[in-house]
Ligand binder design. Structure first.
Ligand code: TYM
Length: 343
C-alpha cells in the first residue's frame, strides 16, 4: 500500500495522474477531516487532475434528517472551496448528481465477496453504534466507495488511515475485474499523510476524532469560533505528566503534538524543544491559538461562500457535468466487457 507522496516525484515527467477523494456530509467537518484529507487535497491540486466529491449517498447509510443533509451538502462544498480548492482547477461535485456511481456500484457488487464485506472494521463499528439500523447499504458501503474511485480511473486517493481497509478492497475489486476480463480499471493507491492520518478525540484520545461524536468537546469543528477552539484545547484530556514529549502511552499529548505539527509545519522534535520546561497548560493554550489562527481565513472565506447559494449551485452543476463525462466512458467500457447489450 502506498503512503505519502506516492507517485509525486515520477509524475512530473508523465501525463497528469488522477486523484479522487470525498467527505460525507454527515456532520460538522472536523480538523480530523481537514488534516487527514482536505488540507492535502489543496496541496495536490496543481500537479494532478483532481476530482473531489461530497459523498451524500454514503451519508444515508446512517439515518439523516433531510434538511440537515441538504444544508451539510452545501456546507461541505463551501468548505472545500474555502479550504483552497479552486473550482476551476478541480472537479467539485455531489455524488448523487452522477448516477453512474450507483450503476457501477451494482456491477462491482457482483465482484465483491460477502466475506470481504463482513471483515470491514467500519461496518462492524457502525453496526454496533446503529444496532437498530444495520441496513444493506451500510454493508455494501465499501462497494460504492470502490465505484467512486474506479469510475474515474483514479491513480491516487488522499485519505486518513481509517479508510485504508476500504482502499485495499477497492484495489482487490479492480484487480479481480481486470483479471476476469482484461485491463479495465486503474488500480488506485492510497496517499496517507504521516502526521495528520489519525487525529484523535480531545475527550478520549484513544478514539479517532469523528464528526458524528455526540460529545461536543471531543472534536474541533472547522467552523467553531476562535473562543470555542481555544476552550476545547484547554479542556483536552492529557495524562498526569507535565513534559511536552511524544511517547508511548501519552495519547492525549501525542495527539496535541501532531495537531500542532500539522498546523505549523514543525517536526515533533522541534515542537518538543520549543516547549521544553513549559507545562501542559501553556502547550494546550498554544495549540488552541495556533489552530484558531490556522483556520481563521478558511472560516472567513466560508462565511462569504455559504451566502451565495447560486454560485454553489453552479459549481455543483458544472462539476456533475464534467464528472459524468468521465464516468460515462468507464461505464460503457465496463458494460461492454460484462456483456450488456448496448443500443
Ligand atoms: P469521512 O467522511 O468519514 O471522512 C472524510 C476524510 O477525512 C478523513 N478523516 C480523518 N483523518 C484523520 N483523522 C481523523 N480523525 C479523521 N476522520 C476522518 C477520512 O479518512 C477521509 O479521508 N468513506 C469515506 C468517504 C468516501 C471516500 C470515497 C473517500 C466515500 N467515497 C472515495 C475517498 C475516496 C468516509 O466516510 O470519509
Amino acid at each position: 500500500m502506498a503512503t505519502e507522496l506516492n507517485g509525486v516525484s515520477e509524475q512530473k515527467t508523465e501525463k497528469k495522474k488522477t486523484i479522487f477523494s470525498g467527505v460525507q456530509p454527515s456532520g460538522n467537518l472536523t480538523i480530523g477531516n481537514y488534516l487527514g484529507a482536505i488540507k492535502n487535497w489543496t496541496v495536490l491540486q496543481k500537479e494532478y487532475n483532481c476530482i473531489y466529491c461530497v459523498v451524500d449517498m454514503h451519508a444515508i447509510t446512517v439515518r439523516q434528517v433531510p434538511a440537515d443533509l441538504r444544508r451539510r451538502t452545501y456546507e461541505t462544498l463551501a468548505l472545500y472551496i474555502a479550504a483552497g480548492l479552486d473550482p476551476k482547477e478541480n472537479i467539485l461535485f455531489v455524488q448523487s448528481h452522477v448516477p453512474a456511481h450507483a450503476v457501477l456500484s451494482w456491477d462491482l457488487g457482483c465482484f465483491t465477496m460477502f466475506g470481504e464485506l463482513s471483515r470491514m472494521t467500519q461496518f462492524k463499528d457502525k453496526s454496533r453504534k446503529n444496532a437498530d439500523n444495520i441496513n444493506a447499504g451500510l454493508f455494501t458501503y465499501p462497494v460504492l466507495m470502490a465505484a467512486d474511485i474506479l469510475l474515474y480511473q483514479t491513480d491516487l486517493v488522499p485519505v486518513g488511515i481509517d479508510q485504508r481497509q476500504h482502499l485495499e478492497l477497492a484495489r482487490d475489486i479492480a484487480i479481480r475485474f481486470n483479471n476476469i476480463y482484461s485491463p479495465t480499471f486503474t488500480v488506485p493507491e492510497a496517499y496517507i499523510p504521516e502526521t495528520g492520518m489519525k487525529i484523535m478525540s480531545l475527550a478520549e484520545p484513544t478514539k479517532k476524532m469523528s464528526k458524528s461524536d455526540s460529545n461536543a468537546n471531543a472534536s474541533v469543528g472547522l467552523l467553531d469560533s476562535r473562543d470555542q477552539i481555544i476552550a476545547k484545547f484547554k479542556r483536552a484530556v492529557t495524562d498526569s505528566g507535565s513534559e511536552v514529549r511524544y511517547g508511548e502511552g501519552k495519547d492525549g499529548i501525542n495527539n496535541l503534538i501532531n495537531i500542532y505539527c500539522c498546523f505549523t509545519g514543525k517536526t515533533r522534535s522541534e515542537t518538543e524543544r520549543e516547549f521544553e520546561g513549559k507545562g501542559y497548560g501553556e502547550f494546550k493554550m498554544a495549540v488552541g491559538e495556533t489552530v484558531a489562527d490556522g483556520l481563521s481565513s478558511l472560516r472567513e472565506e466560508y462565511g462569504k461562500l455559504i451566502c451565495d447559494k447560486q454560485y454553489l449551485d453552479q459549481i455543483m452543476a458544472s462539476g456533475a457535468e464534467k464528472a459524468s463525462a468521465i464516468a460515462r466512458k468507464t461505464i460503457s467500457k465496463v458494460h461492454r466487457k460484462i456483456g450488456y447489450v448496448s443500443v
